[in-house]
Every structure is written in structure tokens, then in C-alpha cells.
Design a protein around this ligand. Structure first.
Ligand code: SF4
Length: 369
């Protein structure tokens, strides 16, 4: 049984509120930038809206992973926590999106990745602060707060910031937007007097594979390869090199078949493979480093100020909604699946009405002939 810690109200937050400081969070800044209607509904009209399958499952996996790292839960609790999370979203009526065929392959793949994470996770080395409240004071009237998932206290007195992510890996063009959260956490730690060594995401759906194999079909020699793949695709990626390694190690074909079948079912190289085979393949959680630089800190500061200027310039009237984002194909998914106001927002309703495929009247035999 694992224990879910309650977040204690922090005195520092209350003091800032008493001083009349405008307090922002990273998600609040993102919401203001993405859709002012969403920001108005959430922060002015105080309607938090609906959760989503991704948000609920993300919280569930953050909690159990942090509990394991802080020692209040065991790794063996993780698969059960995942199952409970899935039962919970079913009870709440929250769904993963359907694929283009209207089927559940997105949910199936997400669960396969996370089951693998829960079965193979082990606490990282070192000493960690878990879910630490960080506050960065930007000016006498503004501050930003957030909870850093993991802060490692390094042996040289520096700290490293890690954020757990259950989302898909970030595209290069979206890095700046996602990276600001890490940058802001690092800046908050610097303001507390720490030296920040590094900032990174732990992308929970992925692993980093290292092994020697042919880089392309035409390659004549094996070279060291590094690949980041979904956890559910480990077997598919390593099948050929593992088979070749088994044969080179002199394993009998029936033993190879049994070990490979288990690998195909679990994506885990179990001890049915001899150590001399397993030792050729490094399969580690994917830690994606993000640079912590002066330029990125300046950019994050400008972003916070720009966003806060906009927010504070708008009429904070509960009866006067702010305009929505321009809805297009690019953000349809967010509006339909992730936005807390997806069921009440008039703008997405209007967009859907305008873009609905017109009803095609059913043809009768009379129409055909
Ligand atoms: S559904 Fe889209 S347009 Fe409506 S509030 Fe949410 S993000 Fe904004």
C-alpha cells in the first residue's frame, strides 16, 4: 500500500498573498499564452473545468514514482498504482483519444509504455528532494511558483533539477516552450542560493538503447548506436541484434525461442538470456537534458513579464469573458481532449458546428434506380 502525501499549504505563499504579490504558476502562464478564454474561465471565473485522462494518469504516475524515490512506497507497488489509476479514469468517464480508425490503439500503446515503466523502474542514485515548492521572485509585485518533481543534491554541493514527464517526447521546435519550466525552477533555486548544475526531463514513456549494430541495411560493419524508443517498441527495435547475439553466444535454438518469446511479450530482457547477451544491450530510462544558460534565463524572464503584463492589463470581470484562441487543425486536439473547458466553451462548439461533415441523407433503393 502506498501513501499519497497531501500538499501542505505553504507559509511563504500566504505571505506573498498578504503582501499583494501577483502569484503565477507555469501552467497559468501557458494557459494565458494559449487561450485567453481558458485563462479567464480558470483564473477569473474560477471554473477549474474538467480533468483529462492524460492529466489524471500523469498525476497518478508522478505520485507513485515520487513515493518510490522518497522511500514511502516500493517499486512492487507501481503496477498496482497504474491499474488503480486506469480504473479511476474509467469511473470518471475520462477517455484517451481514439485513433483514426475510431479504435483504442492510442490508449493501448500508452498503457504498454507505462506498464513497462512500472515493471522496470528503480530509484535513481543519489539524494533527492521530491515535490519541492519553488518560488521565484521576479519583482516586488510578481512571483512564480511551482513544484519541482526531483532535485538531486550533487556531491559537489550543486543541484540538478529533473521533471518527470508522461507525455510524448518533445519536438525540437517546441523545446523552448517546454524548457521554460525547467529554466524557471533552476532560477528559483539560484535565488535560494544554490548552484544549478543541470536541468532535465525524465521522459517516462521512453528508454535510451545503446548497442552495436549495423547503422543501415547497407552498412558493412557494426557501429555503436544510441536510440530513443517507446518502451513498447524495445523488442521490435532490438529483435535482430539480440537474436544474433544469442547465436554468437552459442545458445540452443529452443532456448532462444523461449527467451525471445518472453522478450516479445514483455519488452524486458529477462535472465532467460545469459549475462553475456544481456551485457551487450544497455536499456536505460530516457533522461533528456535541457541547457541551463544565461540566454535561456533572460528569455524565460521576458516571457514571464510579457505574459504577466498581458494578464494584468485585462479586465478581471467574472462576467466579461476574454477572447479565445483561433481554433485550427493545429490545436483542435487540445481543445477537444485536454482543455478543461472543452464541454462548456462556446468557441469550440461553434468551430465544431462550422466544420461538421454535413449529414448525408440515407439513400433508398428508389434513389438508386
Ligand atoms: S476549448 Fe479551445 S478555445 Fe475553448 S477554452 Fe479551451 S483552449 Fe480555448
Amino acid at each position: 500500500m502506498f501513501v499519497i502525501p497531501e500538499r501542505e499549504p505553504d507559509k511563504r505563499i500566504q505571505r506573498l498573498k498578504d503582501e499583494g504579490v501577483h502569484l503565477y504558476s507555469f501552467s497559468m502562464l501557458s494557459t494565458i499564452n494559449q487561450c485567453l478564454y481558458d485563462a479567464w474561465a480558470t483564473y477569473v471565473a474560477h471554473d477549474r473545468g474538467l480533468s483529462s485522462a492524460y492529466a489524471e494518469m500523469g498525476t497518478c504516475l508522478h505520485e507513485i514514482t515520487e513515493d518510490v524515490i522518497s522511500g514511502t512506497a516500493q517499486t512492487s507497488d507501481m503496477p498496482h498504482a497504474l491499474k488503480e489509476g486506469l480504473v479511476n479514469i474509467d469511473m470518471l468517464g475520462l477517455n484517451f483519444p481514439k485513433d483514426f480508425r475510431g479504435e483504442d490503439s492510442i490508449r493501448t500503446r500508452w498503457i504498454a509504455d507505462m506498464e513497462h515503466f512500472c515493471k522496470t523502474f528503480y530509484p535513481p542514485k543519489g539524494e533527492y528532494d521530491v515535490e519541492k515548492l519553488l518560488i521565484y521572485r521576479i519583482s516586488p509585485t510578481r512571483a512564480i511558483r511551482g513544484y519541482a518533481d526531483l532535485i538531486r543534491k550533487n556531491a559537489d554541493g550543486t543541484v540538478s533539477v529533473f521533471d518527470l514527464k508522461t507525455s510524448s517526447n518533445y519536438k525540437q521546435e517546441d523545446l523552448l516552450e517546454h524548457g521554460r519550466q525547467l529554466t524557471i525552477y533552476g532560477m528559483a533555486l539560484e535565488q535560494e542560493g544554490y548552484t544549478v548544475k543541470s536541468t532535465a526531463w525524465i521522459m517516462m514513456k521512453y528508454v535510451e538503447l545503446r548497442y552495436d549494430w549495423y547503422a543501415t541495411k547497407r552498412s558493412k560493419a557494426k557501429t555503436p548506436l544510441v536510440k530513443v524508443v517507446n518502451r513498447s517498441k524495445i523488442y521490435g527495435t532490438l529483435r535482430e541484434p539480440v537474436l544474433a547475439a544469442c547465436r554468437s553466444a552459442g545458445m540452443d535454438e529452443p532456448d532462444i525461442d523461449i527467451a525471445m518469446m518472453d522478450f516479445a511479450n514483455t519488452n524486458i530482457m529477462s535472465d532467460q538470456f545469459p549475462e553475456e547477451v544481456r551485457g551487450l544491450f544497455s536499456i536505460k530510462p530516457y533522461v533528456r537534458n535541457y541547457p541551463f544558460t544565461k540566454e535561456l534565463k533572460e528569455e524565460a524572464l521576458a516571457y514571464i513579464d510579457r505574459t504577466a503584463d498581458l494578464y494584468e492589463s485585462l479586465d478581471q470581470n467574472q462576467d466579461e469573458p476574454w477572447p479565445s484562441r483561433t481554433i485550427s487543425k493545429d490545436c483542435e486536439f487540445f481543445c477537444h481532449m485536454l482543455c478543461g473547458h472543452r464541454n462548456t466553451c462556446p468557441h469550440i462548439k461553434e468551430y465544431d458546428r462550422l466544420n461538421a461533415i454535413p449529414d448525408v441523407p440515407e439513400l433508398s433503393d428508389d434513389d438508386l434506380f
